[in-house]
Write a protein of this length. Structure first.
Length: 116
């Protein structure tokens, strides 16, 4: 049985990834060394990896499903309003039926929060 998909997200500087996930989104650091941080909040987990080579090749868009999108939006709007995605800065119902909003960090990593 598969229980969780945990993405590796690459940054030129580990601190940029921690800024988004810990400072902006309220994740907790489970492990950190010189080039890797494992972060988690509720059922969402990610590996933040420092690698300039891979960071230059890919700026991912990650979707996190939630069942409390309005509360999460208010929290992030209060915590880090500058990170709200310019094209998705409020909770909107999309044509496919999900309600969602997004955040975008200074390196181009996008996290979309979605509730069906």
């Amino acid at each position: 049985m598969m229980t969780r998909l945990v993405p590796n997200i690459f940054y030129s500087s580990l601190s940029d990834g921690l800024d988004l996930f810990v400072t902006g989104l309220g994740f907790k650091v489970l492990h950190q060394d010189a080039t890797l941080a494992v972060v988690q909040r509720d059922g969402a987990k990610a590996h933040i990896v420092e690698s300039a080579e891979f960071a230059a090749k890919d700026r991912p868009e990650i979707t996190i499903e939630t069942d409390t999108i309005d509360d999460l939006y208010r929290e992030i709007q209060s915590r880090a309003p500058q990170m709200l995605h310019p094209n998705s800065k409020s909770v909107e119902k999309k044509p496919w039926g999900a309600r969602q909003f997004g955040v975008l960090d200074k390196t181009g990593v996008c996290v979309v929060f979605q509730q069906w």
